[in-house]
Design a protein around this ligand. Sequence first.
Ligand SMILES: *[C@@H]1O[C@H](CO)[C@@H](O)[C@H](O)[C@H]1NC(C)=O
Length: 122
Amino acid sequence: MRLSSSTFSLVAILIISLLLSRPYSSDGAVKCKEIAQRIKPCIDWMSIGYKSTGIVPKTCCNEIFRLNGMGVNREAELAICECFKSEMQDLNIDDKVSISISGRCGVLLPFPIVPNVNCSEI
Ligand SMILES: *[C@@H]1O[C@H](CO)[C@@H](O)[C@H](O)[C@H]1NC(C)=O
């Protein structure tokens, strides 16, 4: 089979745009698995890291900024909230430590970052 160069370019563009749009799924739904990976530096800091440094890792703050931009509607906010909540479960995270992240990063998320947050109240 011989592909014309324009067909080839089209396929390439399609693949590239698919790759670029990966962090946000094609239907716009927020995927917890991806968020979980991104907020890992935050989870690490609030579970152990804070004991050695009061400074939240820049990687964590950057992701909080990005997530804040993703929470464009209530559905997305809810998904992000649920994801934070599930990632924080069973880690003995101190509310005072986790809630301080948004202030330390200078970002106000629409929900408090605490393990027992009630996401349906946001
Ligand atoms: C969360 O908030 C909603 C709405 O206020 C309430 O109906 C629900 O019972 C709450 N869930 C928990 C686990 O507290």
